[in-house]
Design a protein around this ligand. Structure first.
Ligand code: NDP
Length: 245
């Protein structure tokens, strides 16, 4: 008998913010399943730091700012066929987001960036009957006292995922989301450096540990594949049981 497989051979995926953290692990997961993967970062520094040779192949790296229409157009001009878009780029400005300019900045990146990217990707995804995966958060369901903008953006993503899934079903484009729990990446570095916060999160998590980026890849590979061909508009939580305690 053959082992159960998830096959992305012949597929091309674009992972925004995939030069590091969760996006990079998703990119590697896609490659392992046979896909060609393009990763992006907004800064030259992150792009340079990103190791393009992985265990499973070579990543293509592009610079992309999801708040900039010209940058987005340029990115899609450089891509031929597209089967999978992962809207993973995101930021948090913990403690600053009660100020409207920071609130707006976070919404502009995390929520409007996803709309811009999805809109530009649609023609290509319609041709391939492709799919979109949005990276949501625990703050799609809870309210962060330190990050109202981040919370609003991630809650908004759950609704946007449902709207696009509904609206674009006629183009045979599926749209889903993943809500990760607490994952060790540079986005959570400041939080992990606060002993009390870090421990509180570990204690509350049913599996009693923070996640690593690789923990998110499996759900992404599944959602991107034909194994999920009847799944659209949903958000899958991958949080070590944080939200059930
Ligand atoms: P990283 O900081 O490693 O990844 C974030 C990526 O987004 C970076 O590549 C960054 O580029 C990019 N980015 C930020 N702003 C923009 C922009 N305007 N245009 C294009 N790219 C941009 O952190 P994570 O891996 O943790 O974050 C990935 C996603 O996962 C985010 O959406 C985050 O909200 C989400 N998430 C993370 C959790 C966690 O615990 N870590 C939990 C739940 C959700 P650059 O490096 O150049 O700034």
């Amino acid at each position: 008998t053959m082992a159960y497989t998830i096959d992305l051979t012949g597929k091309t995926a674009l992972v925004t913010g995939g030069a590091s953290g969760i996006g990079y692990a998703i990119a590697e997961g896609f490659q392992e399943a046979g896909a060609e993967v393009i990763v992006t970062a907004q800064s030259d520094e992150s792009l340079e730091k990103c190791v393009e040779k992985t265990k499973f192949g070579t990543l293509r790296k592009l610079k992309l700012d999801v708040t900039n229409d010209i940058s987005i157009e340029k990115t899609f001009d450089e891509i031929d066929e597209l089967h999978i878009l992962v809207n993973n780029a995101g930021r948090i400005k913990r403690g600053l987001e009660y100020r409207i300019e920071h609130f707006a900045d976070v919404i502009n990146t995390n929520l409007m960036g996803v709309m811009r990217m999805s809109h530009e990707a649609l023609p290509k995804l319609a041709l391939t009957h492709g799919n979109i995966i949005n990276i949501a958060s625990m703050f799609s369901f809870f309210g962060s006292p330190m990050s109202p903008g981040y919370t609003a953006s991630k809650t908004g993503l759950v609704g946007l995922t449902k709207s696009l899934a509904n609206g674009w079903s006629e183009h045979h484009v599926r749209v889903n989301a993943i809500a990760p729990g607490y994952i060790e990446t540079k986005l959570t570095k400041a939080l992990r450096e606060e002993d009390e916060q870090r421990e509180k999160i570990t204690e509350r998590t049913a599996l009693k540990k923070w996640g690593v980026p690789e923990d998110i890849a499996g759900a992404a590979v599944y959602l991107a594949s034909d194994r999920a061909s009847y799944t659209t508009g949903t958000t899958i939580t991958v949080d070590g049981g944080y939200s059930i305690t």
